[in-house]
Design a protein around this ligand. Structure first.
Ligand SMILES: [Fe+2]
Length: 327
């Protein structure tokens, strides 16, 4: 059953994201590290929308089914983690994640500032957790609050780079709608890939990207897949609603292709889409909604495991559960 999309007027929250006139950091300052092991398992959860009015224990019991089945090496939440949550609710959720004893991280979605705390408080709180592999350089000159990378290291080299980016909130310019990546973020991505290549003996390091709002090219990917069924990487894919993308053509995808590093991009935002399509050599993957908050499809709740094999092959397992299992 579908629930109607909750329309949340963005109000003043989004206005907190203004131009970035901050300190310029080097690419290396944004990089964290974890060790790669064969067939590394990343569990992508998305759009949890945890809020104060929820029965949070029920959400945790539900997510526990997916997390235990996934047996992940890293948990990634691709945005809209909270909506109308207070500090206590956020702390409770992070303690829940800590309970699995595996690294976890997240990026922000358009709703994460619609809470009873500031985004600065939230990023500081995340960084208190040893298992949170997260970094926000709060005084930097890059738009957004979750731009960083995790290098998966093997044998002293970077085996795979995981790039996390803040896709921002709302756009108030020549149209009103969802925001897009800014030019400084696109340059940041480009510099990061170049820096990592230089640090890795001049070899391009394969990378995966995680963010919240899909690039406009997700529509091209879907349309391409309708004519080329072999482009559909995972056979259960659903396009249950139109992709809510920014309207601006901001050429980020051209830069991504030119760098020949990123071979998978994973995002959320559109709760009842879950397809994975290979388009222009890059996997476009809609995450699976991890709770029944806001609007959802009851048959499409759970999470997805993205496995990176020793040859950089990507494998997917969609995990679905029902709240009926925990009520
Ligand atoms: Fe959402």
């Amino acid at each position: 059953m579908f629930k109607k999309r909750m329309l949340l007027f963005p109000s003043v929250f989004a206005l907190a994201l203004t131009a970035c006139a901050g300190h310029h950091y080097e690419s290396k300052d944004y990089i964290l590290e974890l060790n790669y092991k064969d067939n590394y398992r990343i569990l992508q959860l998305s759009d949890t929308h945890i809020g104060d009015k929820d029965n949070t224990k029920l959400h945790y019991d539900f997510m526990d089914l997916t997390i235990k089945e996934a047996n992940p090496d890293l948990i990634v939440i691709t945005g809209d983690v909270f909506t109308f949550a207070s500090r206590g609710t956020a702390k409770e959720f992070f303690n829940f994640l800590d309970g699995y004893g595996v690294p976890w991280t997240l990026v922000f979605g358009n709703h994460d500032e619609q809470c009873y705390f500031s985004i600065d408080w939230l990023t500081k709180e995340i960084e208190k957790h040893d298992l949170a592999i997260f970094k926000d350089l709060r005084d930097d000159d890059i738009q957004g609050n979750s731009n960083f990378a995790i290098n998966l290291k093997a044998g002293g080299l970077v085996f795979e780079q995981l790039i996390f980016m803040d896709s921002n909130r709302y756009y108030y310019g020549d149209y009103f709608g969802y925001d897009c990546f800014k030019e400084d973020q696109i340059a940041w991505y480009s510099d990061l890939v170049d820096y990592t290549k230089a640090q890795n003996g001049g070899l391009v390091v394969p990378s995966l990207m995680f963010y919240h709002i899909p690039l406009p090219e997700v529509n091209d990917a879907w349309n391409y897949a309708q004519k080329n069924p072999l482009a559909v990487v995972y056979s259960e894919g659903v396009m249950g609603e139109a992709a809510c993308c920014p309207e601006h053509d901001h050429h980020f995808f051209d830069v991504i292709k030119d760098k020949h590093s990123t071979h998978g991009m994973y995002f959320g935002h559109d709760h009842i889409n879950n397809f994975i399509v290979k388009y222009e050599g890059i996997d476009f993957g809609y995450g699976i909604k991890a709770t029944d908050r806001v609007y959802y499809d009851e048959a499409l709740l759970g999470g997805r495991v993205i496995t990176i094999d020793p040859l950089h092959g990507l494998h997917y397992e969609n995990i679905y559960h029902s709240y009926a299992e925990v009520k």
